[in-house]
Design a protein. Sequence first.
Length: 339
Amino acid sequence: MRYPVAENKLIRICSVGLIASGIIAMSSCKTRSARVDRLKDRDGNGSEFSGAPDDGKGDPTVKEEDPSKTTPSVNVAMCRFIDPSKTVKEVIPGSPAEVPIPISEYTRRPELVTTSGADKTFNYTIFQRKDGSQKTLFWDPNAAGWYAVNYRATIKGSDEENCTITAVATSSPELRTMRGCFAPETQITMSDGSKKQIQDIKLNDRVRNPLTGLSAIVIRVTKGPEASKGLFEVGFKDGAKVLVTSKHPFMTRSGLKQAEELNLKDEIIVLGGKFKQVDHLLQRPAKEAQQVVNIAVTGQTFEASDHMIEADGVIAGDLFLQEKLENVKRLQTGLVSSK
């Protein structure tokens, strides 16, 4: 005998059961899918599971990363000479024992440092008496008898804590006689547009290149007597004039010339890159106690235009350019004399 009511009730129970099972299954799938989506959201590709990819033995379990395990802590020791948190001023082996060098002032300025692998080098100048009895980084322009000696310092192993530094002299003591220099009171235009007497300029000061408009770092300062010849006034009757030694270089329309080679037909470069005819040339009488000063600056290239400074409103070359011109003249003299 059939029991329609009971049968219908059973069917309804089974139907409800099947529906409930389906809902549970769907819910389980959605939950798993949501968990996987959350995993994917953490790095965009679902790779941040704990351990290896799913091997079929169960759902992967999400774990928070332990930074100490996933990103090993590396204690990189830094060379103290290039550590920006330290100020280092000390005597460099190979350099005069009386003169501590402000090493940090160089290493904090990449433009003053040359890098080769793990080695770094920079240059500096020390002033001394001819007999070596006194040495200093900052020479008094009112004192006579000082010679300049150039040094090159090398930091070995600059990428390690146990770095070392040594220095060697790269020139003999130089008395700045018969070289291209300025009178000590000459006003130099600095990178910020201010004026500073050249006798007060120090290593690492910034001056403005009047042709390029760029800032240039002072990398050498030389000072000394100039007694054999009087200084030359070079410039314009209605404008700027500068007081220099006979060998100081100027850029003319026909190339570089020293002050003693200029004549009233020459045109020298002025602001804006134009040339203007020199109409003021005067040689002063020799002065026994005359002191002079010059500086060398960094440049984008070794070309003359990258080594110009504005002195008392007149554009003239720096020490680098003067030495370059002297070397050319020395070579030319040697070639002529060898014929």
